[in-house]
Design a protein around this ligand. Structure first.
Ligand SMILES: [Zn+2]
Length: 378
């Protein structure tokens, strides 16, 4: 019943009985329980079919708060949201993740506490915290596993450490997965099959399959940056293999290509600046990277048949130059049936995809029917 109210407009008792197939007495009993726990609130009265005014009930997004964090290698974003993943308070910071888990998480717990205090809210109102980390995470345990750029974090018990300090449930996943959740929630909830591709220093993708995040057997799904591409033959990748997509089309590789063309670029950010300044050679290099990414995505389109591909991450700022290269190869190489209605778009949430997705991860967990049943005693 709660999910009907979450996903749709306010409903009366009669409508809820009709939609759920439950007896009116059962509907009333459950509504009372949900009202008591403030999960729902009475909305405006509506005129029922019998002509008498009837009270409609709506999901109460303000019932609880969610803490959300998107921790990057150098940039962090921390937020307080409601149950509609609307950001109520937000802060960005630059805390290098290679300082190790304890200083980073102590800073995070402190920042959560400060955001609550600034908003005049209390930890008692919080139903959970969602954290995104820039490396592989075993979602069940919430532990990072051999994260290449996070020294000291391997198998660190992130949820336990934070639960001890915050006293609320903590869920952890890798940043690309939570960004996929955020984009799906915010702009593409109608698309049951969605691929989110993050192009930053590295390249990874988050997969929504049948409306749910597909994490794979161990949580390692979506690591497309180390798929081999023909044009990268022989190029050494930081992972130790040769010919990986990331080694030619990742942010660092792009900067190296632009520098090799005699232009001043050390990081992907420099490449974006040169592109904005209208350098044709940089546009050509970015479009070529788009083609290489498109080469890998064309195979994924054939295999997975997504309805939407969303491109995000720092390099996605390159916008149409990059997307043009991606589209060119996908439409040429994928099956017509798979590309007939395929949409390939830039991220709509940009830098906020991670925190929105981290909040959504918690909301979906807290509001799962079994979870609500155990919280709401009838
Ligand atoms: Zn590699």
């Amino acid at each position: 019943m709660l999910s009907v109210l979450r996903e749709g407009p306010a409903r009366t008792r009669t409508e809820l009985a009709h939609i759920t197939g439950l007896a009116r007495s059962t509907v009333s009993q459950r509504l009372d329980a949900l009202l008591r726990h403030r999960w729902i609130v009475p909305a405006d009265d509506v005129i029922s079919s019998g002509g008498r005014p009837a009270t409609a009930f709506a999901f109460n997004k303000a019932a609880r708060l969610v803490l959300a964090a998107d921790l990057g290698v150098t940039h962090d974003r921390v937020a307080l949201t409601d149950l509609g993943a609307t950001v109520l308070a937000e802060r960005t910071a630059e805390v290098p993740i290679d300082r190790g888990p304890e200083p980073t998480l102590a800073w995070l717990a402190q920042t959560f506490t400060e955001l609550l205090a600034e908003s005049g809210r209390d930890l008692a109102e919080v139903c959970g915290a969602g954290i995104g980390l820039p490396g592989p995470v075993e979602h069940v345990s919430g532990r990072p596993v051999n994260p290449p750029i996070m020294p000291g974090w391997d198998r660190f018990p992130v949820p336990e450490w934070l639960v001890e300090r915050l006293g609320v449930p903590v869920l952890v996943d890798n940043d690309v997965n939570i960004m996929a959740l955020g984009e799906h929630w915010a702009g593409h909830s109608e698309a049951d099959q969605l691929i989110f591709v993050k192009i930053g220093t590295g390249i990874g993708c988050g997969t929504i399959s049948d409306g749910r995040l597909h994490r794979g057997a161990q949580g390692a799904a979506g690591d497309i940056g180390h798929i081999r591409v023909a044009t990268a033959d022989g190029v050494l990748c930081p992972c130790g293999n040769r010919g990986c997509l990331e080694a030619v089309a990742g942010g660092a590789a792009l900067a190296a290509r632009v520098a090799a063309a005699g232009l001043p670029a050390r990081r992907s950010r420099d490449v974006m600046e040169l592109l904005r300044a209208g350098h044709p050679e940089v546009a050509r290099i970015v479009r070529q990277a788009g083609r290489e990414i498109g080469d890998v995505l064309a195979s994924i389109v054939n295999f997975f048949n997504p309805a939407v591909i969303v491109i995000g991450g720092d390099v996605a700022e390159a916008g149409e130059h990059l997307l043009a290269g991606v589209r060119e190869v996908i439409y040429k190489r994928s099956l017509p049936l798979a590309t007939q209605h395929l949409r390939i778009q830039a991220s709509e949430l940009g830098d906020r995809a991670g925190i929105i997705g981290a909040a959504v991860m918690v909301i979906e967990d807290v509001l799962a029917p079994e979870a609500v049943d155990s919280m709401v005693t009838i």
